[in-house]
Ligand binder design. Structure first.
Ligand code: G4P
Ligand code: NA
Ligand code: NA
Length: 190
């Protein structure tokens, strides 16, 4: 996906060897054209899996998950983040650490929107350590639904999240793989 890589090079800001700021295209501003294109690409990759719901985490996953769900013609469900809560019985909740925010948050999805016969495609903007993804996957498992795969816009290959999920048997597809940010330079894998 050359337009995405071009946008990352032109608009991404390397903050450190670990963190790439992508506010201009993912985390603060959204390019609707590019986002819809990425949604179609995820839809094409996973169409044969008979997805019934697309699931993401608020907030930055929502635009790309929306585009994917639109292209597949299925609903989008986004997990909510809460700092603390009284767990209600009709809600599935997992506590996850947050790398950038330096605290734990609770991810919640109502049982109403994840059913046993669902076939779930997980979509997210960035994968780093994969803590949020793992939390969401636990929620999907607990609901009894089937996770058919994960589509991620930006995979940071130098952090363990994506490969750990692949090693656990999940089909994970990313649109841009970043091998390194060292010395302020964005290096793509492949
Ligand atoms: P993980 O989901 O892979 O575990 O990510 P991690 O806990 O390491 O990071 C938590 C948050 O930080 C996630 O956003 C994730 O997308 C974001 N993040 C991690 N590394 C980078 C990076 O290099 N660049 C950018 N721009 N974001 C990064 P979040 O907490 O889900 O917040 P939101 O963006 O959805 O509000
Ligand atoms: Na994010
Ligand atoms: Na996210």
């Amino acid at each position: 996906m050359d337009k995405l890589k071009q946008a990352i090079i032109e608009q991404g800001v390397v903050v450190s060897d670990q963190v790439l700021k992508l506010d201009a295209l993912l985390n603060h501003q959204v390019d609707p054209q590019l986002t819809m294109e990425m949604g179609r690409q995820f839809a094409d990759l996973f169409r044969s899996e008979h997805v019934t719901r697309v699931v993401t985490v608020e907030s930055s996953g929502i635009s790309i998950a929306f585009a994917t769900a639109y292209a597949l013609g299925v609903p989008l469900v986004f997990a909510r983040r809460k700092k603390s809560l009284q767990v209600e019985s009709e809600v599935l909740c997992e506590r996850v650490p947050s790398f950038t925010k330096g605290m734990v948050t609770d991810l919640l999805i109502s049982k109403e929107f994840l059913k046993e016969n669902d076939r779930i495609l997980f979509i997210d903007d960035i994968i780093a350590n994969g803590d949020a993804a793992r939390g969401l996957i636990r929620i999907i498992e607990r609901s009894g639904a089937t996770l058919i795969g994960a589509g991620i816009v930006v995979e940071k290959c130098f952090q363990p999240g994506a490969n750990a999920l692949r090693e656990s048997g999940i089909r994970l597809e990313s649109l841009a793989k970043i091998a390194s940010l060292e010395g302020g330079k964005i290096v793509f894998a492949e």
